[in-house]
Design a protein. Structure first.
Length: 209
């Protein structure tokens, strides 16, 4: 079967994209509005960009229920700050609870029963129970489309990194077996990182100067 995506409802395009591009890492984003109300929400349109400067990206979509922007996007536009909290298996239930569509004044930290821990360099709190946090400052927000099914890229520079010693090895490596991260599949399905295999990359063919 072949399609022109412009001839499909955006809901169908979403299903095809999220059913094929997987597993997707989950950025559990904590933010704060201009009045100091915290927000916590997961995004599976999330990834790392580069290491110098350390940069991450997540993509809040336009809500399908009312066609409005999500609170997280409104918050990062207002404050230029957010925190990425990494989701381990034991935090999956709390992460899913925090995905609820709710009024801006609702505290998802309380709803998901997790602890808001003060950050070091930014105003939004981090999730104490998460083992890894990246405190970020917004570098750029690129709006792709304001229509339902559209969204924006939020590009953030990492200002501060927290890694719990229980998941750290060798000084600068994450112990995958200890972190036990989860990824997003399609619909309500998630995946554990348990079936791991390794392959050696080919050596460089570029001559050093």
């Amino acid at each position: 079967m072949e399609w022109n995506p412009n001839e499909l409802p955006h809901q169908s395009v979403y299903k095809l994209l999220t059913g094929a591009i997987l597993p997707r890492p989950i950025g559990w984003i904590s933010s704060m509005d201009a009045d100091g109300h915290p927000n916590l929400a997961p995004f599976s349109f999330f990834n790392v960009v580069c290491a110098r400067p350390p940069t991450v990206v997540f993509c809040p979509l336009i809500r399908g229920t009312d066609g409005k922007t999500k609170d997280t996007l409104n918050n990062v536009r207002a404050t230029n700050e957010f925190v990425v909290n990494i989701v381990s298996e034991d935090l999956v239930e709390a992460m899913v609870l925090s995905s609820v569509e709710a009024p801006p004044e609702m505290n998802e930290f309380e709803f998901a029963r997790v602890t808001a821990e003060p950050s070091v360099t930014v105003r939004p709190p981090r999730v104490r129970e998460s083992r890894v946090h990246f405190e970020c400052r917004v570098r750029q927000i690129v709006e792709i489309s304001p229509e339902p099914g559209g969204g924006s890229l939020v590009i953030g520079e990492v200002l501060h990194i927290h890694v719990d010693e229980s998941v750290l090895m060798g000084g600068d490596k994450i112990n995958l077996a200890a972190l036990r991260p989860v990824g997003r599949l399609a619909g309500g399905s998630y995946v554990r990182v348990t079936d791991v295999f390794e392959m050696e990359r080919p050596k460089t063919l570029i001559k050093e100067k």
